[in-house]
Design a protein around this ligand. Structure first.
Ligand SMILES: [Zn+2]
Ligand SMILES: [Zn+2]
Length: 295
């Protein structure tokens, strides 16, 4: 059976240490006002065959589990997110990548730098394949382990490649939209399947979703099972298109605790971004978040 897996995550090297639960008591919640946002969380629908949670029995990750797992965190010397374009971009995607960099800065509240493109000649033939319809794919694990890990700049806390070429994580899988490690600070996202000629705006909406999802993993956040959330796993384009570019209250609490951003400022920046790029559904959600948070 062909498997279509979209948001994919490696969780090895990721373990929780029960003896560290004392850390949770010491730190508590990131921001008490975030709790008010749980009223805006929408319950996940019951998973049906083919959905991510039907095929993958994930149990999620609580806030306490997250902070007790010693997540990857920025510090005084490592605090920049790097975006690494990889391979040939046959389509005019420059503006989409620049707009994604702008989004990631608003989403994570960290400096985001765009690196010069690197050639796909660095990917050896053994780590590429041609699908039945003739399109090329790159093996994600080669990109992550052999290209990216050694390229993480000294001040980098996350390095994510973006490619215009399709991706696969292992021979038995059909393709993935993106993949990231939770401990090694590297990830990769593809725009190959995102471009629709009659709906050009969908490419940006999808790339900012996958990019923020994968970088969320790079800060050690696991898939969300709390509510509809950008950190949900997705098993199809239909499923991922049904996800908003919004963190649920639990995932926002994790990211805020880790990155220590100002929620009000973050909501304002995101609302300006969604307004600028006419992403109406996410604009409405973040305006509501800001309203409830500020009450
Ligand atoms: Zn994922
Ligand atoms: Zn969530």
């Amino acid at each position: 059976m062909m498997r279509y897996i979209f948001f994919y995550i490696h969780t090895f090297l990721f373990s929780c240490a029960p003896e560290n639960t004392i850390i949770a008591e010491k730190h508590g919640a990131a921001d008490d006002s975030i709790k008010k946002l749980s009223s805006l969380d929408i319950a996940l629908p019951i998973a049906k065959p083919g959905d991510w949670l039907y095929e993958h029995k994930e149990r999620g990750q609580t806030f306490l589990e997250y902070i007790n797992c010693n997540p990857i965190s920025p510090n005084a010397t490592q605090n920049v997110i790097y975006i690494q374009p990889l391979g040939n971009f046959s389509r005019n995607t420059d503006s989409i990548i620049h707009s994604t960099v702008e989004y990631l800065h608003a989403f994570f509240g960290l400096k985001v730098n765009l690196l010069p493109v690197i050639s796909d000649s660095l990917i050896k033939p053994a780590y590429k394949r041609i699908r039945e319809d003739g399109h090329l794919q790159y093996l994600t694990t080669f990109i992550l382990d052999s290209l990216l890990v050694s390229r993480l700049p000294e001040d980098g806390i996350a390095l994510m490649a973006i490619t215009d070429t399709d991706l696969y994580p292992k021979d038995s899988w059909n393709y993935v939209f993106g993949q990231a490690y939770t401990r090694k600070k590297v990830g990769v996202s593809s725009i190959f399947r995102y471009i629709e000629n009659d709906r050009p705006e969908k490419c940006l909406e999808r790339l900012i979703q996958t990019s923020s999802h994968e970088i969320g993993h790079m800060f050690s956040i696991l898939h969300c099972t709390n509510a509809i959330c950008v950190m949900n796993g997705s098993n199809s384009m239909e499923e991922s298109d049904g996800r908003p570019n919004r963190l649920c209250s639990v995932c926002l609490n994790k990211l805020c605790w880790n990155l220590k951003f100002n929620n009000r400022e973050r909501f304002k920046e995101l609302s300006e971004y969604f307004n600028k790029y006419k992403i109406q559904s996410d604009y409405k959600l973040v305006v509501k978040d800001l309203e409830i948070y500020s009450k």
